[in-house]
Design a protein around this ligand. Structure first.
Ligand code: SF4
Length: 359
């Protein structure tokens, strides 16, 4: 059977399940890549009226605190250094400008695809290299891998500024806050590191069905079907649709590396606030790898968002980007008002790109 026919078959079953349920259900995705698949594939428009998909905080760059971005920019002004970060972080707006603005002022800010590129700069150049390091578990694992090499080599001119975050605590935070959803389309990338095991407690504690999902449109459709089946049969568990990429126990070597370098503490998420046990911070033993150990800057509390930006509601799945009055008028990827419009994983940018398919 070709993919189109498989999709039709899954959709037929989704419609049947939705009819059997006879009530509105809302499933949340918490991954920019899932949101991209859903929006680009026009999946919302294909689903029955009573099956809604909402997008949660799936964009690590969007939730990186303003204070940390500004602190990194101030540190860059204090000491001669190369600052590296990812292309979307480079453009993220703050009340004090962006890394891109800093580059225009003549500071050595470089865009990299991975922390490995930054590490190569440090090997090649004598100058201090600081990687401003955002990302969820999937990105924290390679960071830990590079730090292991840096540590082993005793490389003194490479540091990071860690703004890594854990995803399950953010989902738990939304549940505790009262965000209303009936099932989770659980991110495959993060799960490849933390495993199905890393998410199980949410299902046990909050009776939320989950399906660890791959990233093809068929993966997402199948995950929606599996969630509906669980709801219809009143059988709440966590299933793994993405068996080709995710094991129950996850990547234990990566988990060990993360555990070696990082400890978990409460951390701020932009537009969401402080989330308990949601941030990866370098352990005391490895404090020499963290730039904040050497350069201290005082940053006053800053507004998370520009007036009128509704990223906080977008990240909570409370509104779709198209419900923000600034969407597509004042706020576009070229002239972003909020972080959700900058990152390719940001829900607003995804909706802007594939707006006609959002359903
Ligand atoms: Fe913020 Fe722009 Fe998204 Fe509106 S469209 S929520 S202003 S990022």
């Amino acid at each position: 059977m070709n993919e189109k026919n498989v999709a039709k078959k899954i959709l037929k079953e989704i419609f049947q399940m939705a009819r059997d349920l006879g009530r509105e259900v809302r499933f949340m995705d918490v991954c920019g890549t899932h949101e991209d698949t859903i929006t680009r594939g026009g999946i919302r428009a294909l689903l029955p009226e009573n099956v809604k998909i909402i997008a949660g905080p799936g964009c690590p760059v969007c939730i990186t605190p303003v204070e940390d971005i500004v602190a990194m920019m101030e540190i860059a002004k204090k000491k001669d250094m190369i600052v590296t970060t990812f292309g979307d972080m480079y453009r993220i707006p703050t009340p004090m400008g962006s890394f891109a603005n800093l580059k225009q002022e003549g500071y050595d800010i470089r865009v990299v695809y991975s922390i490995y590129d930054s590490y190569k700069f440090a090997l090649k150049e004598k100058k201090l290299v600081v990687h401003f390091s955002p990302g969820f578990e999937t990105t924290t694992a390679p960071t830990a891998g590079i730090l292991a090499e840096v540590w082993e080599k005793g490389l003194e001119n490479f540091k990071i500024y860690s703004v890594h975050r854990l995803t399950p605590p953010a989902v738990e935070f939304l549940i505790e806050e009262g965000t209303n959803f009936d099932g989770l389309i659980t991110p495959g990338h993060v799960s490849s590191i933390i495993g199905v095991r890393g998410w199980e407690y949410l299902t046990r504690r909050y009776k939320i069905p989950q399906v660890v999902s791959g990233f093809e449109p068929l993966d997402v459709l199948l995950s929606i079907l599996l969630l509906l089946k669980m709801l219809r049969e009143d059988h709440v568990e966590i299933e793994n649709e993405y068996t080709r990429g995710v094991r129950y126990e996850g990547n234990t070597a990566a988990q060990k590396a993360i555990e070696e370098f990082f400890e978990v503490k409460d951390a701020k998420w932009r537009a969401l606030g402080v989330i308990p046990k949601s941030g990866y911070f370098l352990r005391k033993k490895y404090e020499d790898l963290e730039i904040r150990t050497f350069v201290d800057v005082e940053i006053p509390e800053l507004p998370d968002l520009e007036a009128g930006c509704r990223c906080g509601e977008v990240l909570r799945g409370l509104i779709l980007p198209t419900e923000c009055p600034l969407f597509g008028k004042v706020c576009t990827p070229q002239y972003p008002v909020g972080p959700c419009m900058v990152s390719y994983e940001g829900t607003c940018q995804i909706f802007y790109k594939y707006g006609s398919l959002t359903g």
